[in-house]
Design a protein around this ligand. Structure first.
Ligand SMILES: [Zn+2]
Ligand SMILES: [Zn+2]
Length: 404
């Protein structure tokens, strides 16, 4: 089965997340975006957990579907071409803050669970270490110890570092300053599931860092809002179910991990050096306006931690595109017109990822006119060949925008 998986997002129970991130809305939006398998996010949070238990029915082993009553209501509002099966995986992100350290010294990790029973049992073990009322809880545990606990627990629970090169809260982020995964996870490193790239790094960037060599790279949206859902995802070809999905992620074989769909890294806030006061990213390590020293973004930090100037082996396939709505606005459509046109494109052509990566330019032009079709075609051409210059590519002026 070929499918697109987005295995990291947040519910309305996490900090700074849109109240629209309800189960129903997520299920609706996943179809619009072209996601087939989605992480629930926040599954340690009890209100969210009870929502999940109320609305889920078991599907393939370790995967869940919405109950037919709930799902029929949701899909009724979609055009027939978007009424596709959708599966969920129990997932959460946690922030591991070593005892005695401040919350900004936390490292974000992704956890996956094959069943509600295992989730509840591991939840009990984690409860003494943090306040699990928060969707993305802080655990007073260093990351190696959490990995050890998950491994001791067994039961097919899995753990992976999130947005690996983001300057903040990340295993190889500039703010904590680690240069190798082993500095954090020590001898347990080989037991990590895989490595989430995050918006701030591409496969080419990650494959320059030798401590990431053993791991499959995967892409997820880390969505805090419906619009961002599916902006990054991983394309797989496996049997259906939790074990085949994660076994494939562990192995990273190219016939199972078909590639990644990503947002162009240049649009990520923390790719360059971001000034939170002036709310803009800069080439320099000091803000040209307020002169403050800036946190080192992933582009510059990579040059300090990379073992090599180019990947030792070809990186996995990936395609990059901004989300459709962002693309339309960047091309000059006003917000309302852009939304109307997007709906029309989805109705006529299918889901958003299909439009951005596969649909024939003629078909797109028939619905939207030639300007969008040309922009999408140009974006697709720039994805090939996968060259080093890709990561450094300057966005065309009219496409300059930043995604949080
Ligand atoms: Zn995170
Ligand atoms: Zn997150």
């Amino acid at each position: 089965m070929r499918y697109a998986a987005d295995l990291h997002l947040h519910s309305r129970h996490s900090q700074a997340v849109s109240p629209e991130m309800t189960l129903e809305n997520i299920a609706l939006q996943a179809r619009r975006k072209g996601i087939d398998v989605i992480g629930t996010g926040d599954c340690l949070q009890l209100d969210w957990l009870s929502d999940l238990r109320r609305h889920f029915v078991p599907a393939e082993p370790g995967w869940f579907a919405l109950s037919p009553e709930t799902d029929d209501q949701i899909t009724a509002s979609l055009p027939p071409s978007l009424r596709l099966p959708l599966r969920f995986v129990l997932s959460t992100e946690v922030s591991c803050v070593p005892p005695g350290r401040g919350r900004f010294e936390g490292i974000h990790l992704l956890l996956y669970f094959p069943s509600f029973e295992t989730l509840l049992r591991l939840r009990e073990r984690l409860a003494p270490f943090g306040d699990l009322r928060e969707g993305r809880p802080e655990l007073r545990l260093d990351a190696r110890r959490l990995l050890g606990m998950v491994l001791d627990f067994g039961q097919d629970c899995l753990i992976a570092p999130a947005h690996v090169m983001n300057p903040y809260f990340s295993a190889l982020g500039s703010q904590l300053g680690h240069r190798r995964l082993e500095e954090i996870f020590g001898d347990l490193s080989p037991h990590l599931l895989a490595v989430e790239m995050g918006l701030t790094s591409t496969p080419i960037m990650c494959r320059r860092v030798s401590s990431l060599d053993p791991f499959t790279l995967f892409a997820c949206s880390d969505a805090h809002s419906l619009e961002n859902l599916g902006r990054e995802c991983t394309l797989l070809d496996t049997e259906a179910g939790y074990i085949p999905l994660f076994a494939a992620l562990t192995r990273g074989a190219p016939d199972e991990i078909l590639g990644a769909f990503k947002t162009p890294v240049v649009h990520a806030r923390y790719y360059l050096n971001y000034c939170s006061r002036c709310q803009a990213s800069f080439e320099d390590l000091h803000c040209p306006h307020c002169r403050r020293p800036l946190p080192v973004g992933s582009r510059d930090w990579l040059e300090r931690i990379a073992a090599r100037a180019m990947p030792a082996q070809p990186p996995p396939a990936f395609q990059m595109s901004p989300p459709l709505l962002a693309l339309l606005k960047a091309l000059g459509w006003k917000a309302k017109e852009a939304e109307v046109l997007r709906r029309r494109l989805l109705d006529r052509l299918g889901h958003e990822r299909h439009i951005l990566t596969e649909a024939g330019p003629d078909r797109i032009a028939e619905v939207s006119g030639p300007r969008l079709a040309a922009a999408i075609a140009a974006r697709r051409r720039s994805n090939f060949p996968y060259s080093e210059s890709l990561a450094d590519e300057d966005p065309p002026a009219q496409l300059a925008f930043t995604l949080s």
